[in-house]
Design a protein around this ligand. Sequence first.
Ligand code: PBG
Length: 330
Amino acid sequence: MENLRYPLTQRRYRTSPLMRELTASVRLSHKQFIIPLFVEEGLSQPREVKGLPGIQVETAATVEQAVTKAIQSGINKFLLFPVPAAKQEVVGDFSFAVRTIRQLKAVFGPEIWLAADCCLCSYTTHGHCGILDSSLTRMLNNASVELISRYAAELAVAGADCIAPSDMTDGRIAAIRSRLDALGYDTVSIMSYAAKFSSQFYGPFRDACHSAPSAGLSDRKTYQHSPFNREDAIASALRDDQEGADILMVKPAALYTDILLTLKQETRKPLAAYHVSGEYAAVESLAQQGLVSRAAAHLEVWAALNRAGAAMIISYAAGEARGWIERMTY
Ligand code: PBG
C-alpha cells in the first residue's frame, strides 16, 4: 500500500478509458460536421489543392461522386464553393453556381443539406469579396450588399438550403433575409460568417478558389476582423444575430475559441466553427512529418471547438470524422 498522505482528488476521473469516456464533458458526433465542397467550372480533371492533402476541386462531372462518397462516410451536410471559369469585369453572372446547386439538389434532394457560400471573391478580377471603387482601393458597402443579396436570392431559388455570406460587408444579413422572404424563400436559412478574421490561415483555400486579393487593396483588413480586436468581432456577430442570421460562424476556429466561448454566452443561436484550410494544413503537415498522430490531433482540435461552444464544425477532415470518433479511446 502506498501511504495516503496525498489522497487522490481528481485523478480518479482518469483511472481508465471507460471512466474517462463516462465522465467526458464534451462528445463528438459525425452528425455535427459540414464538409467544404469545391467545384470549378470548365475543369476537365479534378485538381489537387496545395497544402490540403485529401481535398480536391471537383469538376461538374465529378461533384456527384464526391457527394456520394461523403454520404457513404456519414457526412450529409455541405458548404459549396463554386468557382466560375472566368473572372468578370462587371460581376453578375452566377449561372455556374446556380447550375451546380440545381444539379446536386436534383440528384440528392433532401438527402443532403446544402449551404452555398455567397461571396464575390472568386468572381471579381481583383479577388476582393465585394465591389471596389474606381480607384480600386476601397470596398463599396452598399453596392456590394445589393449584388450579394441578389446572388443569395439566385442561390436560394436554385435550391440551396442555406446561404453562407462570407464577404463581411455591413448590413448584408438583413438585406439577404428580406430579399429571401420577399421571394417566398423564408425557410432558407442564413449561416453568417459572423466573426471572420483577416487571417494568414486562408492561404490554401485561396489557391483552391483563385481568390487571392490583389489591386490597390492587397489584403482584406478593411472588411474582415482584426485579430487584435475582439470587441469588433463580438459586436458584428451579435449584430448578425439581430439581423436574422440563423447560425453564427467563427472563422478561423482553433485560434479563436475565446470568441466562440464569448458568443456562446451572449447568444442563443447555434455556433459553427470553421477550422480553415491553413489550420487543417498545419495539422496535416505535422502528421506528415510524424510529429503528431493525425486522427488524434484532429480529434483534439474538434474537442476544443466543442468545449468552446460550437454546435457544428466545418472541417476538411469531416469525411474521416465518423471512423475516427467510433474508434477513438478517451
Ligand atoms: C472568401 C472565403 C475565404 C474562406 C472562405 N470564404 C477566404 C478569404 O476570406 O480570403 C476561407 C476558408 C478556408 O481557408 O478554409 N470569402
